[in-house]
Design a protein around this ligand. Structure first.
Ligand code: SF4
Ligand code: SF4
Length: 263
């Protein structure tokens, strides 16, 4: 029989693992229902598309999706706000090592739930996780799909109540956009959080500052972020710093960096 796990215990477990190393502040955890009808919506062309798998397709007995947001520590954000073009050393380090840490936390969390008697898994860390960059580049994935994956941390965050998308396509949470997400699907039953919004972009004030900051001008007011120029820029940054393809200028020096704008 499974051991009962409370919300407080879950928060303490994730906080202890995620804040080790100093990359993140206290994480925000939000809970969604595995059978929420919104998951199916992401399969529509124009959303993520047919590649997408719902929580119940990852884990048929699932009841809950746990979304974790790790806001970057102050030093990571403030140092990256200094130079308008190149990422700071702290940002590169956090993106590389902090990025690996939050992925590992999702695996550790799933294992902890397994040990407590629950089915649990982290879709983005599954062997079945797939990401397609260019349309037609993977023969078993239907044509017409690019820059899409069969699980999305940001879409999971939206459903679980973490926040809404911004023009730059990041999620604006109560603690802003500067940070990273992970998620776990499980049959542990927890009270779902409310989604205090209805539209995909409710928290974005369309100020255009992310577009202004973007070095390769990959963000436009009309249609948001265009993946190819952002990707090319990230490749250039990796060649320059030799560690990580990162940038993050759309997440710093913006009104949504550390909170929901105008609140
Ligand atoms: S910087 Fe402004 S336009 Fe860009 S995502 Fe944030 S609130 Fe929206
Ligand atoms: S990560 Fe950098 S290149 Fe990509 S959209 Fe943000 S600011 Fe632009």
């Amino acid at each position: 029989m499974a051991r009962p796990i409370t919300r407080e215990e879950l928060q303490a477990f994730v906080t202890r693992h995620l804040t080790a190393g100093g990359y993140y502040e206290e994480p925000l955890i939000r809970i969604g229902r595995a059978d929420d009808p919104l998951w199916e919506e992401f399969k529509r062309p124009g959303a993520i598309g047919g590649i997408y798998r719902t929580p119940l397709e990852w884990l048929p007995e699932a009841k809950t999706v746990i979304s974790v947001f790790g806001p970057w520590a102050d030093e990571v954000v403030t140092t990256n706000a200094v130079d308008p073009v190149y990422p700071s050393g702290a940002w590169i380090d956090a993106y590389h090592n902090g990025g690996a840490l939050i992925k590992q936390v999702s695996v550790t969390l799933a294992e902890w739930l397994n040990e407590a008697g629950y089915a649990a898994m982290a879709p983005a860390m599954s062997k079945e996780f797939r990401y397609v960059y260019e349309d037609g580049s993977q023969p078993d994935i239907p044509a017409g799909i690019s820059y899409a994956s069969n699980w999305s941390e940001r879409h999971a965050a939206f459903v679980c109540g973490q926040g809404t998308f911004g023009l730059s396509r990041g999620i604006i949470t109560e603690r802003g956009m500067a940070g990273r997400f992970c998620s776990v699907v499980t049959d542990l039953e927890l009270e779902p959080d409310a989604r205090p919004y209805s539209g995909l972009y409710d928290y974005c004030i369309r100020c255009g500052k992310c577009a202004e900051n973007c070095p390769p001008k990959a963000i436009r007011m009309e249609n948001g972020k265009d993946h190819p120029p952002c990707d090319a820029w990230l490749t250039e940054m990796k060649a320059r710093n030799g560690i990580a393809g990162c940038c993050g200028k759309c997440q710093v020096n913006v009104p949504c960096s550390r909170g929901i704008p105008n609140r």
